[in-house]
Design a protein around this ligand. Structure first.
Ligand SMILES: [Zn+2]
Ligand SMILES: [Zn+2]
Length: 140
């Protein structure tokens, strides 16, 4: 059995980072990015930035290495086939720890009562050692 991880305020933090209070009419979804085998476990991330990736407007892929089974899987992708890999980043918490519980929050526009399109998103994480929250990438 896996231990149960305390996600605490991670969802609230993600909603705050995406400024959900400014878009009360839109829909915000939050989901955890997990190991396909083990479920909710801390992951060590590799963030691959592709061409055209900017701060606040990420293009690329995020891989998560499971702290339990060691498998590395693609947990997030926001890119196109014409884009090329430019650089790689391996996030480290201020405490030095590299494993995070990871979640993704998206804002979906709602117009005239109809569910519209993806507007913005953020990928956030909670350090599994010191519980500090941080954001990794924003998509727009
Ligand atoms: Zn696993
Ligand atoms: Zn930490």
């Amino acid at each position: 059995m896996n231990p149960v991880y305390d996600l605490g305020d991670l969802e609230k933090y993600a909603l705050k980072r995406i400024a959900s209070h400014r878009y009360p009419g839109d829909i915000h979804t939050f989901k955890l990015l997990v190991c396909p085998v083990c479920g909710v476990v801390p992951l060590a991330l590799t963030i691959e930035h592709h061409s055209g990736s900017k701060k606040g407007n990420f293009r690329g892929v995020i891989y998560g290495k499971c702290s339990s089974c060691g498998e590395s899987t693609r947990i997030f992708s926001f890119t196109g086939s014409q884009r090329e890999k430019r650089r790689e980043e391996k996030p480290v918490c201020k405490c030095g720890h590299t494993y995070f519980l990871v979640g993704e929050c998206e804002r979906i526009e709602r117009e005239n009562g109809l569910v519209g399109f993806f507007d913005e998103g953020v990928v956030v994480g909670k350090c599994s050692d010191c519980n500090r929250n941080r954001s990794f990438v924003f998509t727009d």
